[in-house]
Design a protein around this ligand. Structure first.
Ligand code: ZN
Length: 312
C-alpha cells in the first residue's frame, strides 16, 4: 500500500523579469507552468482531503506518486498567477496566508528583508549598516559582540550565501525583537519604500481574493498571526498566535472544522504540537526537505520539498 507522498512548497511565483523587483528569489510563471507539466506527467496531484482520508483510514489508499502543492505567505502572486493555472488543470493548491499581513496591511519582516536584499544585493554592505545601527542599542539592550552574533547565525542555509544567511538570522531571530524590528524598519524605509500599507496591498492577497480561492475548491490553512518562529515564543504566545490565526480563518468563512497548520520557517516544538492537538488541527507542514512517509511522520509534522527540488 502506497504511504509516500511528495508535498511541494512554493513562495513567490511571478513574472520576475518584468516585475519591479527582478532580483527577488522566486519562480517565474513560465517555470511554474513547466513544473506543472512535469508534475502532471509523473505524479498524481491530490487534494488535502484525500491526504486526510489516507491518514485517518489505512483502508483509503493514495494514488500512484501522489503530490500535494502548498503555497506559503499569502502573496498576491498566488491569486493572480497560480490560481488560474491550477484551476484550469483541476489541481487543488493549499494556501497559507499569515493573518496579520492580510488583516492589518503590515509587511512581514521576513519580506522586508527580502526586498531590501533585492534592491541592495551587497549583503556585506547591509551587514555593515546593521552593525552601525546596532551601536546605538548596544548599551540599553546588553547586546552581544559582532563576533558572537556572527557565530550564532552561522548555520548553513540551502540557497543563501553565508553573508545573506547571517543577515537574515540576525534580523529574523538573533537580535532582541524591538531592536531587530526597528533596524528592519529603517532598512526597508531607506531602500524600498516609506509606504508600507501600499506595498502590503500590492504584495499580499486581499480577504476577498483568499475567499475566492476557497470558493473554487482551494484549501486555506493557518500560517500564524505574525509569522513568528513559533518554536522561539512562549507557550502563552503560541496560544495567542494560533487562536488569532483561527479567528482569521473564521473571518474568511473557511471555519475551524478542518484546519491545517503550516509552521512559519518550519519552526515547531512539543508545546506547539500539543496545542494543535488540543485545537483539533488536522495536518501540520514543516520545511524538512523529504518525501513524506505517512507511516513514519506524525500528521502534524509532515515534511515538504521545495519547488527547487523538482525540475522546472
Ligand atoms: Zn512563511
Amino acid at each position: 500500500m502506497n504511504r509516500l507522498i511528495t508535498i511541494v512548497m512554493y513562495h513567490y511565483v511571478r513574472d520576475l523579469e518584468r516585475s519591479r523587483f527582478p532580483a527577488i528569489k522566486g519562480l517565474s510563471v513560465e517555470r511554474f507552468c513547466r513544473q506543472l507539466d512535469y508534475i502532471e506527467a509523473r505524479y498524481t496531484p491530490i487534494t488535502i482531503e484525500k491526504l486526510q482520508g489516507a491518514l485517518e483510514s489505512r483502508e483509503e489508499d493514495l494514488p500512484p506518486n501522489p503530490i500535494l502543492l502548498t503555497f506559503d505567505d499569502g502573496y498576491s502572486d498566488h491569486f493572480l498567477n497560480v490560481f488560474p493555472l491550477l484551476d484550469a488543470r483541476g489541481i487543488q493548491g493549499c494556501f497559507f496566508p499569515p493573518a496579520q499581513a492580510i488583516l492589518e496591511h503590515k509587511v512581514l519582516d521576513v519580506n522586508k528583508i527580502q526586498f531590501v536584499l533585492a534592491v541592495v544585493p551587497d549583503a556585506g554592505a547591509l551587514l555593515d549598516e546593521v552593525f552601525i545601527s546596532l551601536a546605538e542599542f548596544r548599551k540599553e539592550h546588553a547586546l552581544k559582540s559582532r563576533e558572537a552574533y556572527l557565530l550564532a547565525a552561522k548555520e548553513e542555509h540551502r540557497y543563501d550565501t553565508r553573508e545573506v544567511t547571517v543577515l537574515k538570522r540576525l534580523l529574523q531571530r538573533e537580535l532582541p525583537e524591538t531592536v531587530r524590528r526597528e533596524i528592519v524598519r529603517r532598512l526597508f524605509t531607506e531602500h524600498v519604500t516609506t509606504d508600507e500599507v501600499g506595498f502590503a496591498c500590492e504584495l499580499y492577497m486581499s480577504m476577498d481574493q483568499i475567499a475566492c480561492l476557497w470558493r473554487h475548491g482551494m484549501h486555506i490553512g493557518c500560517h500564524g498571526y505574525t509569522h513568528a518562529w513559533l518554536n522561539h515564543v512562549s507557550p502563552e504566545d503560541q496560544v495567542v498566535e494560533i487562536d488569532r490565526s483561527l479567528d482569521f480563518l473564521q473571518k474568511l468563512g473557511v471555519g475551524k472544522d478542518n484546519w491545517t497548520m503550516c509552521y512559519p520557517y518550519g519552526g515547531f516544538n512539543d508545546s506547539l504540537v500539543h496545542l494543535l492537538r488540543e485545537r483539533h488541527c488536522r495536518l501540520g507542514f514543516t520545511v524538512e526537505a523529504h518525501v513524506a512517509d505517512l507511516d513514519v511522520y506524525d500528521r502534524l509534522t509532515l515534511p515538504r520539498v521545495d519547488t527547487n527540488d523538482l525540475p522546472s
